[in-house]
Design a protein around this ligand. Structure first.
Ligand code: GAR
Length: 194
């Protein structure tokens, strides 16, 4: 007789700000026994994601640049957890090479534009949507991609689009993008785990 228990899949999330995608992913997997959110990590001690995690009952830890880039303690902690997937959900720092190398094709990011457009350092959140509006784009969207050593350059897993109307402000675009993210991001995470 085979073992009827499948191994629990583990996710670690990184976030730098509000954390609405973190909350959405936590809620998506809340009823699914085979997936566990092991940890949420943030580089920003003022990030609202910390409060969201407290309310959700998920462990959230703050780390600094030194632990991320110099002492290797974030890498060590990740290796201790051995997550099946590391998910960057609104995380703004470049991931150090050692961490990328330790988790080949097991780190993914969501970017709020259709890469390679509007990517790279400094292109995050409302900056992206303002640039889209300023350039009078008629379409934008989201990109979910593997993470490599450069900002926003790894292989694309999924892109989906939405329309930008002439009267849309950057905030309007942000709302449309968040809706796309909430709909697609958890499903992509799930598809990569199962
Ligand atoms: C999301 O729109 C995400 O795509 C973007 O930050 C937002 C975080 O929102 N990520 C980037 O811009 C990465 N370059 P949230 O904190 O509410 O999930």
């Amino acid at each position: 007789m085979g073992c009827k228990f499948k191994k629990m899949k583990k996710i670690v999330l990184f976030a730098s700000g509000s954390g609405s995608n973190v909350e959405n992913i936590v809620n998506f997997f809340a009823e699914k026994d085979e997936v566990e959110i092991s940890l949420v990590l943030t580089n920003n001690p003022k990030a609202y994601v910390i409060e969201r995690c407290r309310q959700l009952g998920v462990v959230c830890q703050v780390f600094g640049r030194k632990e991320f880039r110099e002492t290797g303690s974030v890498l060590e902690q990740l290796q201790g957890i051995a997550p099946d997937l590391i998910v960057l959900a609104g995380f703004l720092w470049l991931v150090p090479r050692e961490i990328v190398k330790a988790f080949p094709r097991r780190i993914i990011n969501i970017h709020p534009a259709l890469l390679p457009k509007y990517g790279g350092k400094g292109m995050y959140g409302l900056h992206v949507h303002q640039a889209v509006v300023d350039n009078q784009e008629t379409e934008t969207g989201i990109t979910i991609h593997y993470v490599d050593e450069n900002y926003d350059e790894g292989d694309v897993i999924l892109q989906t689009t939405c329309k930008v109307e002439p009267e849309d402000s950057a905030d309007d675009v942000a709302r449309k993008i968040h809706q796309l993210e909430y709909e697609h991001f958890p499903k992509v995470v799930e598809s990569l785990l199962l």
